[in-house]
Design a protein. Structure first.
Length: 240
């Protein structure tokens, strides 16, 4: 029973549990990532239908490079497949794709597919779909501090002039569409209850919904349940 007048403008998701899903089914981990990609497709469609302005998903972290070469390569092959197979529907639904993170470090073929998606959807005005790819929040904050320190060193900025808004503008999210804003709701699947280096600055006043559902089993109905939970919260932002 969603209140369509109080749909959050920005929802972020930590898509967790692909590996455990695969293990429970007795199939390779890559099969879990493939199932997770299909789940992501359905959530993007439902977010578009609900009128959510911004959807951010944690697709590949800076720590994920520690996984096996086979798994990492497979994840990026799936990314290429997703872009190629879904780009037409994404365009038809007026979805705009953006990337959070250092995309230059990803394999060349995957980077070409991502760049094509960015170009093709650049002028779309519907749901903004932000994919956190080779993203780590501590690295994001470090980069922001480095940029601001450079401005101070060049005499363009005094230390006492640094504001929270300025720091936010230098984050990866600060370079997105101007009305993106911080996520009102962050969802994490698979039963884990931590941020895992995701949107640490932006999550200061986000509402969290944790579910035991593994990501490949996270349906649009589960997504709506999480939003309903958010709508039943009393957000005070430190006040009474």
């Amino acid at each position: 029973m969603l209140d369509r007048e109080r749909i959050p403008r920005h929802v972020a998701i930590i898509m967790d549990g692909n590996g455990r899903w695969a293990e429970s089914k007795g199939v390779p981990r890559l099969a879990g990532h493939n199932a997770g990609m299909k789940a992501m497709k359905e959530i993007v469609k439902r977010a578009h239908e609900l009128g959510i302005a911004n959807l951010t998903v944690y697709a590949f972290s800076t720590e994920n490079w520690k996984r096996s070469t086979e798994e990492v390569s497979g994840i990026f092959r799936l990314l290429i497949t997703y872009v190629k197979s879904e780009l037409k529907e994404i365009m038809d639904n007026n979805v705009r794709i953006r990337i959070l993170g250092d995309a230059s470090a990803i394999p060349r073929d995957a980077l070409k597919a991502v760049e094509k998606a960015l170009r093709e959807t650049e002028n779309n005005t519907g749901l903004q779909f932000n994919i956190a790819l080779n993203y780590g929040s501590r690295d994001e904050i470090r980069r922001a501090v480095e940029e601001i320190a450079r401005e101070v060193g060049q005499g363009k900025l005094a230390p006492e002039e640094i504001t929270e808004e300025m720091i936010g503008d230098h984050l990866f999210t600060g370079k997105l569409h101007e009305d993106c804003g911080d996520p009102e709701l962050i969802i994490r699947t698979s039963g884990e209850e931590r941020l895992s280096n995701f949107l640490l600055w932006q999550a200061a006043y986000s509402e969290f919904v944790f579910t035991d559902t593994l990501w490949p089993d996270f349906t649009p109905e589960r997504f709506e349940e999480a939003i309903e939970t958010y709508q039943n919260r009393n957000r005070r932002f430190g006040g009474r």
